[in-house]
Design a protein around this ligand. Structure first.
Ligand code: FE2
Ligand code: FE2
Length: 323
């Protein structure tokens, strides 16, 4: 290959990339932010994605030119090298080029993220669990309305933009996980299982409209101004108001579970948990998010290092290899 040859475009999906790989591939830029290094130099902090996942990308050179060229949501031809940073692989971009109508080498469907599991089957299991464990007719009707209005979008929704369950299907996986733990622990503490199941189902549903992921990852107007706790509360109230004679005290307890699930006011909870059910939901929500951070970190490690870099959310480094 001489200097004037362009490197051939490979098809390397994100889940197959390894440390030190050199790639020239198509990826969708999901997010682009101009930032400054400690020395005050500009750089571009990107998130790129394909159907197998997401990966951070950094551009250190020609920042002004690239920041004019790159629009979040579009697919680019990216050349660079995979480097592990803080336990996660990322791509250091050497060259990035806009795709044109003539670029027929990629299939756009490869750049829409799909859940890494059968989300329709998981959702069916979730609604079957609810049907088997709810006897209160008002709550059963509430779940029916939820299924009709939010079932389809829940199958694809991310659980977060970053930190935990940040992938298509993540919100469903997190919701199911909390539901299953409720079924295991509510009887242990003699708590109101039906109330807790509804709290688990609704607690994060507002994330469906807190941010959008296609074509670009972005906080919505509603998400930025209200946050998912208040959006979840509004969704519950709207569905509940369609049910005649919904018991007011039961509604208030469900509302309390939703508004207190972040546990503390500095973590966005309008109220702290004041019932044992609300406290358990908060702990299960926290537990599931933390365990997912461990899982993602272990998945992203390349097996060469014993410990990860410092993980902000967990407040420590994680043991990556079994010893
Ligand atoms: Fe939440
Ligand atoms: Fe949650």
């Amino acid at each position: 290959m001489n200097l004037f040859d362009k490197p051939p475009v490979q098809t390397r999906f994100i889940d197959s990339l390894r440390n030190n790989d050199k790639v020239t591939c198509y990826y969708r830029v999901q997010e682009v932010v101009k930032k400054k290094t400690k020395n005050g130099d500009d750089f571009l902090d990107l998130t790129v994605m394909d159907k197998t996942g997401r990966m951070p990308a950094k551009i250190w050179n020609n920042v002004d030119e690239y920041s004019k060229l790159i629009h979040a949501g579009e697919i680019y031809k990216i050349s660079g090298e995979i480097r592990e940073y803080k336990g996660k692989k990322q791509i250091t971009v050497n060259h990035l080029q806009a795709t044109t109508a003539g670029d027929k080498e990629f299939n756009p469907a490869d750049y829409c993220e799909a859940p890494p599991f059968d989300s329709a089957a998981l959702q069916e299991r979730m609604f079957a669990l609810l049907a088997a464990n709810l006897t209160n007719p008002h709550l059963r009707q509430l779940v029916e309305f939820f299924k009709e209005d939010y079932g389809p979008s829940l199958q694809q929704a991310y659980g977060a933009q970053k930190i935990h369950h940040a992938f298509a299907g993540g919100l469903l996986q997190h919701t199911c996980s909390v539901l299953e733990m409720v079924l295991a622990l509510a009887p242990h503490y003699s708590l109101d299982k039906e109330l807790l199941l509804i709290g688990a189902l609704f607690h994060d549903i507002g994330k469906i409209s807190e941010f959008k992921t296609q074509p670009a990852l972005e906080t919505t107007l509603e998400g930025g101004l209200l946050g998912h706790v208040i959006i979840s509360l509004t969704i519950f109230l709207n569905l509940k108001n369609r049910i005649a004679d919904f018991p007011p005290a039961l509604a208030t307890h469900i509302e309390h579970l939703i508004v207190s699930h972040h546990g503390e006011k500095e973590y966005g909870a309008p109220e702290v948990p004041k019932t044992p059910e609300a406290y358990l939901l908060h702990i299960l929500d926290l537990l599931d998010s933390r365990m997912n951070i461990f899982c993602e970190q272990l998945k992203n490690g390349d097996g060469q290092k014993l410990f990860s870099e410092f993980n902000q959310a967990l407040g420590t480094r994680i043991l990556l290899a079994k010893q």
